[in-house]
Ligand binder design. Sequence first.
Ligand SMILES: [Fe+2]
Length: 540
Amino acid sequence: MYSLQVHFLEGSMCNDLRLYDRALARLTRRELMNVAWKLGAVAVMHPPGSSGLLAQPAFRGDPFTLGVASGEPWPTSVVLWTRLAPEPLDGGGMPTANVEVGWEVARESAFRHVILKGTAIARPELGHSVHVEVDGLEPGREYWYRFHAGGEASAVGRTKTAAAAGAPVDALRFGVCGCSHYETGYFTAFQRIAQENFDFIFHTGDYIYEGPETPNRVRQHRGREIYTLVDYRNRYALYKTDPDLTAAHASAPFVVTWDDHEVDNDYADSIDEHDTPPEAFLLRRAAAYQAYFEHMPLRKGSMPNGPSMRLYRSLAFGNLIDLSVLDTRQHRSDQACGFGAATNCAAASDPARSILGREQESWLFDRLAKARARWTVIGQQVPMFAMDRGPDVNPNVRFSMDKWDGYTASRQRTFARLKDSRTPNPIVLSGDVHVHYGSDLKMDFTNPKSEIVGVEFTNTSITSGGDGRPVAATWDALRARNPHLRFHSAKRGYIACAATQATMRAEFKVIERVTVRDEAPAQVAGALVVEAGRPGSSTD
Ligand SMILES: [Fe+2]
């Protein structure tokens, strides 16, 4: 028994399962349970000679500390997610063994009628996360789900399937959110999102931030800047133990994309901001992408392959919304004219450069030509609209090279495609800039009379930047220089979108303060409405 204990503690147990099984075979069930509790982690009940699957694990603490989530709503299928982590901030506290996790789906939150159930394997290779792709559900309806492992039960989550392809849908409500820096505030906006009971929630990225702990902030990261897989896992765990974030996930299915901080600030493909050799940075990217997959309710199609991961994909909600999810980080050309902002940067409009990469652009353009739903929604991370900051602040930094402003040939190709293929009612979603914007999208942003090809809703941050203010100090100058901008708020919050066959209405919601615990409801700072068939947005 003591030799078994040594093997277990050293994490080498599964390196020699035959030895381990022989040791287990000499123990009674009671002795096995004793081993488990004394070791403080997990014990096994699998018979000698089995595959090493822990069907009856015993945990020292709650294994469901990271909550539950669902995502990728299809008409008959959603992804159900959890990750076993009894010691969430210290690598998870799980042994290097496979663990069986049960799941159940019911039509009501009380689980009186379980309609589907099964088991999944939480594997150490994936940080003991599980991504169950449940199929056989009915389109366009709510479900509730939960997990079991070792006699412990998870919290209950609500999810909702998408309507069947092409089926008539009168209305949907969805949230748009992103940029939750743990250190700069409380995730109150996630709690308010949870109370919205959305049909789905689109996350525009910056789910975590990679930086080190910083003193004198509202709360602290742990340790240095993150680089390794274990670093990233612990960072996700820190964020996911926040009850407000957990509540948002349990309230509705998420459709996620990433921005830069899931890996490193302002990275572009294999280029980071520290001049790291690309082959070295890709090792970090591989760790970051794996941790992202492990913690998001994504399908197997997004499983990472080394430093690469397919994140661009499509979802459809009956005849109301066709959603294309983009990845403008992994496949982009390096930022032009340095990292930050520039004024006269010829490379920013070089048609050889791309923010999507050739394959993704081709995929998107194919989809835009085939879109048939009332609203063609393009969900992504960085603002697509032009933002001319003018010469007032600094004449050398008029345009941000990290946004679509740094890839204007990509933007013009996309707008030309929207126009040429008569894509129905394009709506672009973005985040990244930590303030709300609503903007019309124009073929030529320098010409106020230019044709409008779509409307963009840019969500502010959940917390990044701290409390914020009603409007940025530069707002009046920005609006004068960028007449396509229709709305702005510099407070924290999220967007609540209501789509019907007639209109798409975006309510820009804000939280009064994020540096203190705030019990007040979210406020509507303003709203924009787009009428189907009419270009542009209007306030209401
Ligand atoms: Fe951000």
